[in-house]
Design a protein around this ligand. Sequence first.
Ligand code: SF4
Ligand code: MSK
Length: 629
Amino acid sequence: MFTKPTPAKDLTIWEDAEKMIEKARRDGVETVWDRFEQQTPGCKFCELGLTCKNCNMGPCRISIKENGKMQRGVCGADGDVIVARNFGRFVAGGSAGHSDHGRDLIEVLEAIVEGEAPDYTITDVEKLQRVAAELGIATEGREVMAIAGDLVDACFADFGSRKKELGFASRVPEVRKEIWRKYKVMPRGVDREIAEMMHRTHMGCDNDAVSTLLHAARTALADGWGGSMIGTELSDIIFGLPTPSKSQVNLGVIKESSVNILVHGHNPVVSEMVLAAARDPEMIAKAQAAGADGINIGGLCCTGNELLGRQGIPMAGNHLMTELAIVTGAVEAVVVDYQCIMPSMVQAAACYHTKFITTADKAQFTGAIHISFNTATAAKQAREIVDMAIEAYAERDQSRVEIPVAPVDAVTGFSNEALLNMLGGTLDPLLDAIKDGSIRGVVAIVGCNNPKFQHDSQNVGLAKELIKRDILVLATGCITTAAGKAGLMVPEGSEMAGTGLQKICSALNIPPVLHFGSCVDNSRVIQLCGIIANALGVDISDLPVWGASPEWYSEKAVAIGLYCVASGIPVQIGTPPQITGSKLVTDLALNGLEDVFGASFLVEPDYAVAAEKMDERIKAKRRALGLSE
Ligand code: SF4
Ligand code: MSK
């Protein structure tokens, strides 16, 4: 008996996605939704976090039936310990991803200082001096490269084992640091905390769930205030600060008559060079000689966000749109670095003329064209990539091309510095707006996608519900494209907001949802919370703020969630991580962390209910600060 496939309109809220899912079915391209269906139902033990593969006496699984068989693994670990260990390793994976990205940026800055990266430069000298000074590096009267060299050393030192506190702990309110010291979660070094997490979760080490979870928090803090923050700050220094500019989003940014190159992943080091090559008149002339009208660079996921914020490059799509972008049949090349790149894109690309090009030795895909990208030869390699795309244009089958919709405008590229500039160099107008209730609270939405939900339904639904309540939304990662498509990233989008937020948006000519960068850039959010808390003389946990990731999927999202919570910012998530097999661990995540960090997780799969619960807490926080609800 054959079952009918789920109608495409039930899988996504977007017309461009719906049309491309239908085309994928016609073209015989398997998508994430097909594989999700094949994988359903999932393994119950795994869903609950009750399987352990940490040694070869196992694998083991723990029964959820009390007093039944299998209450402990072969070594004697119980369900609480196993769930906590699995969760700890999950957080370590996410923290490692962000932080290794940060380390790559340090290496690029080091290569610039040593004269080994001729195609890169320090774009924002003022930010270099400011960040260096924050880390205690002398800047007065010194050469730019000397300061940069010291900054490289300071950042590398944050990855090691010799420090008692990370450099950017200087940005954390003192009262918060006291909490971290009290519970022994002050992050010391990024690699150290990650390695210790792996050590603790080896058989026969940390066999106390609470102890393991506290170290998970320390590991996540090392990501947020360490690896990720270094990634953000050095990207700004090397490539420039994001500044607000007009761009466009959705699959309509792919142009029928151009050589289309999509950049995907997270790190801007490769994609900035590809963009520069694509803007070279010589390359454009080559593309025109091949019959195209030019070269069009579009973004996917967070590499897209990096280029969108700094260069205004349009966004073709978010996580669940990545395969569908190829299905348009008009993409000559997808150039990827690392993270969130579905391996299936190789097979999808093979169904068309699309070249799938990997560039990071640590993220190679069987069947892809691999170019081992090197900062010493970056511009040359970027031109090779663009050349490949131009050649592929000749192989395009125009009869298979379908660009499903017209693009939508979005104003993107905010950052703490851009916000400050817009406010006239002082945060006071923002603080006043919070105090007088024009802005009742701030929520940062980290917008992964997950086929467990109708694509983007929760991301967009939550953002709309919040702005209606005069809650400013900061968007990072994959919600950017979603919010843009929904019309929430143009100043006119404030018509959907409450009157208070509407007034602020009109005064500043800003959208009600501000694009704050990639998922690594959640470091901007915690930094902003630290600045506001310091300005008000309170702890971060006293602020009317939330984090949210309604459609989260990745290890990195959990690391972000946990560093937000440990920093005092409560976090809503749409689905629980694989911890529900342990009552102890689940209670701790949902309630117990409140007593430790003054913030905890809210698991709520319905955005409307989530918004209501988030608003309740915002009201309570405002009351406690002596502000009107
Ligand atoms: Fe089983 Fe313990 Fe080994 Fe895990 S560490 S697989 S619970 S014996
Ligand atoms: S890419 S971690 S799906 S936001 Fe940063 Fe998007 Fe989430 Fe990946």
